[in-house]
Design a protein around this ligand. Structure first.
Ligand SMILES: NC(=O)c1ccc[n+]([C@@H]2O[C@H](COP(=O)([O-])OP(=O)(O)OC[C@H]3O[C@@H](n4cnc5c(N)ncnc54)[C@H](O)[C@@H]3O)[C@@H](O)[C@H]2O)c1
Length: 245
């Protein structure tokens, strides 16, 4: 059966584990040739090897999203190994909890470097490659905390809100290049990011649970694929109803 991403090459950051690993699996299941990048090299290699053992086309490379050199090498690898790049998923992200008055400049800067600057550098590196293929799709992973405030998360909220308007700006600037740029705003998702968080957003989530990462991957697949050819400059919320009230 034809896959929804047959012939496409996708680069997914933060792909060593969690949602990035799930997106890698889902996109590869639909025929994409996937490259994952992360700073957790052992986990990244192991995850990619496990997916390859299932017959899925997933390769791992070291990609610190704060490094322009790493981005250049990753996009070059996509071109050399697989002929180009069609999809970028800016998924890498970090989080910390500090009340606003206790937020420390070094924590703030470190988080903005990964969550915001990392996505900027990714789009800057990928767009020429997508353009060379006649177009493509960029999916930026924001959060419900990019659309609503959350006590203790001032840096994370700022970073995820920035991604929403960066997404719209990139979509405006590159619509004529046939490059679509969209954001996904997940609610609580069961990953290492919140394993020590207790109930977290669950009590405020009408569906009463966190998502499985695969429930976010379906939306990433939709935005990456030709099922969404007229969708650009917007965000899709995947939150079990968190923002509905
Ligand atoms: N888990 C949630 O509830 C939730 C909700 C909404 C949005 N998100 C977002 O989803 C994305 C994926 O998070 P997750 O839940 O899978 O958590 P996770 O911590 O399991 O995954 C994040 C990945 O990003 C990687 N990473 C961190 N810094 C990096 C860097 N400098 N360069 C490259 N990779 C780096 C980590 O090593 C890790 O593999 C993040 O952007 C996160 O903010 C998570």
């Amino acid at each position: 059966m034809a896959g929804r991403l047959d012939g496409k090459v996708a680069l997914i950051t933060g792909g060593a584990r969690g949602q990035g690993a799930s997106h890698a699996r889902r996109l590869a299941e639909e025929g994409a040739r996937v490259i994952t990048g992360d700073v957790l090299d052992d986990d990244g290699e192991a995850t990619a090897a496990a997916l390859r053992a299932e017959g899925l086309g997933v390769d791992y490379l070291h990609l610190d999203v704060t490094s322009p050199q790493d981005w250049a090498a990753a996009v070059a690898a996509a071109a050399e190994r697989f002929g180009g790049l069609d999809v970028l998923v800016n998924n890498a992200g970090i989080i910390h909890v500090n009340p606003l008055l206790e937020e420390r400049l070094e924590d703030w800067n470190a988080l903005i470097a990964v969550n915001v600057t990392g996505a900027l550098l990714g789009m800057q590196a990928a767009i020429p490659a997508l353009r060379a293929r006649g177009g493509g799709s960029i999916v930026n992973i924001s959060s419900i905390f990019g659309l609503a405030g959350a006590s203790g998360y001032v840096a994370y909220c700022a970073s995820k809100a920035a991604l929403v308007t960066m997404t719209k700006t990139a979509a405006l600037e590159h619509a004529a290049d046939r490059i679509r740029v969209n954001a996904v705003c997940p609610g609580g998702v069961r990953t290492a990011m919140n394993e020590n968080e207790g109930t977290g957003v669950v009590p405020l989530t009408p569906m009463g649970r966190r998502a499985d990462a695969r429930e976010v991957s379906g939306t990433v697949l939709f935005l990456a694929s030709d099922d969404s050819t007229f969708v650009t400059g917007t965000e899709i919320v995947v939150d079990g109803g968190y923002l509905a009230r």
